[in-house]
Design a protein around this ligand. Structure first.
Ligand SMILES: Nc1ncnc2c1ncn2[C@@H]1O[C@H](COP(=O)(O)OP(=O)(O)OP(=O)(O)O)[C@@H](O)[C@H]1O
Length: 344
């Protein structure tokens, strides 16, 4: 549905050239919810704005539903853009129009008659759960309600593609989930292809089928979400995956943690499980075979796309030799092991 080929974008600031996108290739199939994740300044906004030509690529092509947008004269581009809806982090509603009139705006601009606008807007209001707010003004709505209005407005022209530019970044976690659920619902109901950009892996984990990871204007990894979580190939992908697992060392342990081992101290170990890790009751096996006592401090396991992954912090109580053997065994079973220090 969306084909991005050899996309480059260079901004010029005085004599300085800023390469915001560097040879991006991306293919989003019909009905997918595709996430593009990256840190601040990575090029996400530029990428998504190139998809509807709000930003003109310096080189490369963007083909949406078989149409190469770059080749269209401006009147046809306007028509084609109606099939590409977009929502934004800060909603971009018109403050002077009420909810009904905000949603109906694209239809008014397209010259649709009043009765047809009313029928369409009423059904969209019902879809996004805001029928009782149709006469309210944006200033009197919560962030989540504003984004629902923006979604309804984006759907007014029956788009085939919805672009979401950090659509939940200004919302609290519960509202984020409700907006993501609404996106999932419209994806299913209308077979709408969704391309979203975000800096939060939790958003990707929650609704995306596929993900691309962007760093410094380059796509460093892409694939099915389950595969990326199972076999991250780059450090950037690993960092984003870790960001979904909150596993910090308790403060009292941190204070007692030392870089060197003494006679009465034991290692504090961080275990990282990915889809490649052997799926067996490995902790009890290690304890038994290497005669270790293992005290689990914290553990955060999750499933994405049927793949188990997660982190664990544990203390290993045993002889230095048995500890070393246990760590080798864990590594052989594709568990990443890092000794964070020694706790007395
Ligand atoms: N209009 C512009 N003129 C000059 N440089 C720009 C312009 N827009 C973006 N850039 C630069 O391009 C790079 C990518 O910016 P972009 O906004 O796409 O990143 P981002 O990943 O969306 O970041 P954020 O999450 O902080 O919005 C940055 O170095 C940015 O400073």
């Amino acid at each position: 549905m969306i084909e991005i080929r050899s996309l480059n974008k260079v901004f010029h600031q005085g004599k300085r050239a800023i390469k915001a996108l560097d040879d991006i290739n991306l293919s989003v199939s019909e009905g997918a919810i595709y996430g593009v994740i990256g840190s601040s300044g990575a090029g996400k906004s530029t990428l998504i704005r190139c998809v509807n030509l709000l930003e003109r690529p310096t080189e490369g092509s963007v083909v949406v539903d078989g149409v190469d947008l770059n080749t269209l004269p401006s009147n046809q581009l306007t028509l084609t853009r109606r099939k590409i809806g977009m929502i934004f982090q800060h909603f971009n509603l018109l403050a002077s129009r009420n909810v009904f009139d905000n949603i109906g705006l694209p239809l008014e601009l397209a010259g649709v008659n009043k009765q047809a606008i009313k029928t369409k807007v009423d059904s969209l209001l019902e879809l996004v759960g805001l029928s009782d707010k149709k006469e309210s003004y944006p200033a009197n709505l919560s962030g989540g309600q504003k984004q629902r209005v923006a979604i309804a407005r984006a759907l007014a022209s029956d788009p085939k593609v919805l672009l979401c530019d950090e659509a939940t970044s200004a919302l609290d976690p519960a509202t984020t989930q409700s907006i993501l659920e609404l996106l999932r619902k419209i994806n299913k109901e209308f077979n709408l292809t969704i391309l979203l950009i975000t800096h939060e892996m939790a958003v990707v984990k929650s609704i995306c089928s596929h993900v691309a990871i962007i760093g410094d204007g380059k796509l460093v990894e892409q694939g099915a979400v389950g595969d990326i979580f199972a076999h991250p190939k780059t450090e950037l992908a690993r960092q984003f995956i870790r960001s979904t697992l909150d596993l910090s060392i308790p403060a009292d342990y941190s204070a007692r943690l030392s870089d060197t081992k003494t006679e009465n101290s034991y290692p504090l170990v961080r275990l990282e499980f990915t889809g490649a890790s052997v799926d067996a009751p490995i902790i009890s096996q290690v304890a038994r075979e290497f005669n270790l006592d293992i005290s689990i401090l914290s553990s955060n396991m999750d499933y994405v796309g049927g793949i188990k992954f997660g982190l664990m912090l544990a203390e290993f109580f045993g002889t230095p030799e048995s500890t070393e053997q246990a760590i080798s065994f864990l590594k052989e079973n594709k568990i990443e092991v890092e000794v964070l220090g020694y706790v007395a």
